[in-house]
Design a protein around this ligand. Structure first.
Ligand code: NAP
Length: 292
């Protein structure tokens, strides 16, 4: 029951009505027996600074940050974790005694989902990443940091892929190449056939998202047998990328695993204790209807 001691956590984004995070975190807080709630906050862009100041003023204990504010909140925070600094984006704010610290659990959440839900280690081989936005940056830096031997970045606007490749290579020393978004073109076609992991980090296929139909820049048969295809999109569970991959014999994983583990890591930052992973997984499954 909510009373005078109830601790408040939340999600800040615009819009946030579609998010599965409130269901996942409220199930976790109840499962831990904490007197705490997790609520959605949807400030308009011109109120973002005031909204962040409100976290401090009202004693909100922590928030997740989602699209479109992951980069925009940074100037209003007091400090950043090493990951948030390197990703240039924040998905979790921890509030302790008036100090707001920005963290980023997206990259580590993706890696944990790969390892725990797919038994896959990034050092296993070459990886192709589609997209060069904020999520691609977190995924690429995390994979490179975990020993991925070669990353190939593909984006519609090729200059963004080239910039991200330079950034990841400078930050981690990993071998990173950028390729234009063009089906069948070399050297991408060969790299895609050789890859052990292909990750869609674009919103293409997301319900209500993406901005048009997708012409995947991949040769016929890829992703296929022996390859793992991951999509960061989790709604709908079966995205066009995963349908293509599964039809061609690839092993597939959707975005719920990353959503789960970025949330697990955020909750552990807020509470300092272990998150109830199984409870959080069940809450997400109830929202999604199917876990791919
Ligand atoms: P973002 O910063 O806006 O970047 C979007 C990227 O996708 C850009 O590289 C853009 O290419 C590309 N793109 C957009 N629409 C496309 C289309 N129709 N065809 C091909 N490329 C397209 O977005 P983000 O923050 O990286 O998020 C990307 C996706 O990841 C979103 O769907 C988000 O919900 C999801 N995500 C999931 C999780 C999770 O926990 N599962 C966590 C974070 C993000 P251009 O540069 O050419 O425009």
């Amino acid at each position: 029951m909510i009373n005078g001691q109830t601790v408040i956590y939340g999600l800040m984004g615009h819009p946030v009505g579609h998010s599965f995070s409130p269901a996942m975190h409220n199930a976790a807080l109840a499962g831990l027996g904490l007197n705490a709630v997790y609520v959605p906050f949807d400030p308009p862009p011109d109120q973002l600074q005031a909204a962040v100041a409100g976290i401090r003023a009202l004693g909100v204990a922590g928030v997740n940050v989602t699209v479109p504010y992951k980069e925009a909140v940074i100037p209003f925070l007091d400090e950043l974790s090493a990951e948030a600094q390197s990703y240039g984006a924040v998905n979790t704010i921890v509030h302790r005694r008036g100090i707001l610290t920005g963290h980023n659990t997206d990259g580590a959440g993706f890696i944990r989902a790969l390892q725990e839900d797919a038994g896959f280690h990034p050092a296993r081989g070459k990886t192709v990443i589609l997209g060069a936005g904020g999520a691609a940056r977190a995924v690429a830096l995390a994979l490179a940091g975990q020993g991925c031997p070669e990353l190939v970045l593909v984006n519609r606007r090729p200059e963004r892929a080239a910039q991200l490749a330079a950034l990841v290579s400078a930050a981690t020393g990993a071998l990173v190449r950028a390729c234009p978004w063009s089906a069948g073109a070399e050297p991408l076609a060969t790299a895609a056939r050789e890859a052990v992991l292909l990750v869609n980090c674009t919103p293409a296929g997301m319900s209500g998202g993406g901005d048009g139909p997708v012409d995947w820049p991949l040769p016929r048969g890829v992703p296929g047998p022996g390859q793992l295809a991951c999509d960061l999109v989790y709604n709908p569970p079966w995205t066009p990328f995963l349908k293509r991959a599964a039809a061609q014999g690839a092993w597939v994983r959707g975005g719920l695993g990353m959503l789960l583990y970025q949330g697990v890591l955020a909750l552990e930052l807020w509470t300092g204790g272990k998150a109830p992973v199984d409870i959080m997984r069940r809450a997400l499954l109830e929202q999604a209807g199917e876990w791919i």
